[in-house]
Design a protein around this ligand. Structure first.
Ligand code: NAP
Length: 326
């Protein structure tokens, strides 16, 4: 089962002949290519800062793993996450943003200019925007890790196709669970949404759509306590939180959407964070280190929308531009 995104292969890249020479010290580096990082790149590039943008382990960020985006302004008929991501990247590159596909492995914010290392080389930058996003949270039950790629997935876009005609569980009651559950009905014969409460957290439009879908069932007030299988997932153990009773249901896949955690371990001890690892910023998106800005889901634990991340990316770029001018 394939869990990596195919986006990497299809996205247009800056042609080598148009690539500018690598400066000794970048004015601005941006880490992350989700809506926050790419919007920051568009604004910074239009301000002639020629930002160097590090793609990170997932080019396009989480939005590139999302099936349908229906609430990004300007696209009334909706578009796919990879397509939105591709367009943002194209827009940033059009104005001179340079994309570095390597992942940042180390950053030293004690030095000036800041030092950013990838496996391939070391870069220096006077200002930095950290837009490294968040990753799917694990459920933490027996069998989960063991069956990743063999029936356990965090990405319906990547893996839904493999469950044609099969029965799957979707764990979670938020927008992601319902949206991706709806997407999975294109392939699976039955999608059961397992949620720990009686009340779904997802927005009313998604809830109504899911309730109207004949392939979707809800198992509320339940948790998954174990994922069972041999060479692939065959069943899951569910616990009824009202009665405490457990039962085993036969299924072929478990898609987990129980929230995210910020990808901020690279900056632990260097940037001030809250107790859950979200980077703390001021009104100008500046972190505890002057000249380092943060944007998107690595700092925002409240809104977490593609459009709010894009807005934060814009703010961070404008603030970085002002910092560099000063
Ligand atoms: P989320 O809103 O944090 O929802 C996570 C869900 O997982 C909640 O229902 C939560 O239950 C449940 N959960 C958490 N820990 C659990 C555990 N250990 N066991 C079982 N269930 C657990 O995350 P999300 O759905 O990924 O959404 C993230 C953000 O992206 C949100 O701001 C959302 O609005 C946004 N988003 C928007 C769209 C859209 O607009 N179309 C689509 C996708 C995501 P409780 O409800 O009991 O807390």
């Amino acid at each position: 089962m394939e869990t990596s995104i195919t986006l990497d292969l299809t996205m247009p890249r800056l042609a080598p002949e148009t690539a500018p020479e690598v400066p000794l010290v970048e004015r601005l580096a941006i880490i992350g290519t989700g809506p926050a990082g790419l919007t920051a790149a568009i604004y910074a590039a239009r301000a002639a800062l020629s930002p160097l943008v590090f793609a990170g382990p997932e080019l396009g960020g989480q939005i590139a793993l999302t099936t349908e985006v229906e609430n990004f302004p300007g696209f009334p008929e909706g578009l796919t996450g990879p397509e939105l991501s591709r367009r943002m990247q194209e827009q940033a590159q059009r104005f001179g943003a340079r994309l570095e596909l390597d992942t940042v492995t180390e950053a030293d914010l004690h030095q000036r200019p800041f030092v950013i290392k990838t496996a391939a080389r070391e870069h220096k930058a006077r200002a930095l925007i950290v837009a490294i996003g968040a990753s799917p949270r694990k459920l933490g039950v027996p069998g989960e890790r063991e069956f990743i790629g063999r029936g356990v997935s965090y990405c319906a876009t990547c893996d839904g196709f493999f469950f044609r005609g099969q029965e799957v569980l979707v764990v979670g009651g938020g927008d992601s669970a319902l949206q991706e559950g709806l997407f999975l009905t294109r392939f699976a014969s039955r999608v059961t949404i397992v949620h720990r409460r009686g009340q779904l957290r997802a927005n009313a439009t998604l809830v109504d759509r899911a309730r109207a879908n004949p392939r979707i069932e809800f198992t509320l007030n339940h948790t998954v306590t174990e994922i069972i299988g041999d060479n692939a997932v065959r069943a899951a153990r569910l616990k009824d939180l009202a009665t405490g009773q457990q039962r085993v249901v036969e299924i072929n896949g478990v898609f987990i959407y129980v929230g995210q955690y910020p990808n901020t371990s690279l900056f632990k001890g260097q940037l001030a964070m809250d107790e859950d690892g979200f980077i703390l910023v001021d009104d100008l998106m500046e972190t505890s280190v002057p000249g380092v800005f943060a944007a998107g889901e690595c700092h925002d634990r409240l809104f977490r929308q593609a459009v709010t991340s894009a807005g934060f990316g814009c703010m961070a770029a404008l603030a970085a531009e002002r910092f560099l001018a000063d």
